[in-house]
Structures are given as structure tokens and as C-alpha cells.
Design a protein around this ligand. Structure first.
Ligand SMILES: [Zn+2]
Length: 166
């Protein structure tokens, strides 16, 4: 038998390493494991689809609020009807807000929570500081920093859904 320089300790270490490697080797899944694995994949896909659907539902709800609310109410001049919703821009705006850093104004509709963030002019800042922003007219969307919040929701890309579809 050929001589070797390996000590018993060396051989033990080699064997331990080899066994550890064998344990980590990928092996075929047995039918039970395969079934569990496939179930898990299906669950993942259902979760993905659900989150896409939820995202779409949320965007639609947000858009309905923004476009369904006139952000306006009848002023006290309307007598008993004061406070009732008015056509957009008539009566008074149902807004409030505050000046943030970097001369931006955050305006929010107190009825539907639509939020407009926009870079304010020095006059607007002055007005906000002197009079306040209750009933302040919302800026055109083009002026908004958060323009993306006003985008019309689009249906999820069918190709993307296809990818996660079971
Ligand atoms: Zn509103």
C-alpha cells in the first residue's frame, strides 16, 4: 500500500468537507417536495396578481376622489345651503394648507384629501403668511410637484400580468 503524508486528522477533515459538500449538492426533489414547491410558486403568483389588482383599485379610488370632488362648497352667501358641495371653483374652495421649506406650498382638500404640492411664487408665500391657506385655490396640475399623483390610472400591463399568471 502506498505511503501517504496525510494524518488521520487530515483525512477526517477531508471526509467532513466532502460530506458537507454532498449535503449541499442539488438533488432531485421527491414528489412530495415537488408538490410543495409548486404550491409555493402558485401562492407567490397569486400574491403578485393580488398586489397588482390592489394597486389598480387604489389608483382608481384616488382618481375618483380627485375628479369626483369639486373641492368647492357654497359659501355663507348661499344661506341654508352653505357648506354644500358647489361646482368646481364656485363658492369657496374646501382647501387648507401650509408653507413648507424651499418655498413650496402643500395644499389639501379638506373633503377628499387630494393633495397639491407646488412651488409657490413670492406673492403666494406672502399671502399664505398673512392670510393663511384656508380656501386657497388649488394650482393647475401642471404646476404641481406631485403631478404623478394626478395621473389617470392605467390598467396593468397584460404582458406583466401574463408573467405572474399561474
Ligand atoms: Zn376635494
Amino acid at each position: 500500500m502506498a505511503e501517504t503524508n496525510l494524518s488521520k486528522e487530515d483525512i477526517r477533515n477531508l471526509l467532513t468537507e466532502a460530506m458537507a459538500a454532498a449535503v449541499n449538492l442539488p438533488r432531485a426533489m421527491n414528489p412530495m417536495e415537488k408538490k410543495q414547491y409548486e404550491e409555493e410558486i402558485k401562492r407567490e403568483k397569486r400574491r403578485a396578481i393580488l398586489s397588482v389588482e390592489l394597486g389598480k383599485a387604489e389608483a382608481e379610488k384616488r382618481y375618483r376622489q380627485q375628479t369626483g370632488c369639486t373641492h368647492s362648497r357654497l359659501s355663507t352667501a348661499a344661506g341654508a345651503r352653505a357648506g354644500q358641495p358647489a361646482p368646481r371653483g364656485q363658492g369657496e374652495w374646501t382647501t387648507g394648507g401650509q408653507v413648507h421649506g424651499y418655498d413650496t406650498i402643500g395644499l389639501v382638500c379638506l373633503r377628499c384629501s387630494t393633495s397639491w404640492q407646488f412651488k409657490a411664487t413670492p406673492q403666494e408665500i406672502e399671502f399664505a403668511n398673512q392670510v393663511g391657506l384656508l380656501g386657497f385655490a388649488p394650482p393647475p396640475i401642471e404646476r404641481c410637484i406631485n403631478k404623478a399623483d394626478f395621473e389617470k390610472p392605467v390598467a396593468p400591463d397584460p404582458a406583466k400580468l401574463e408573467k405572474v399568471a399561474v
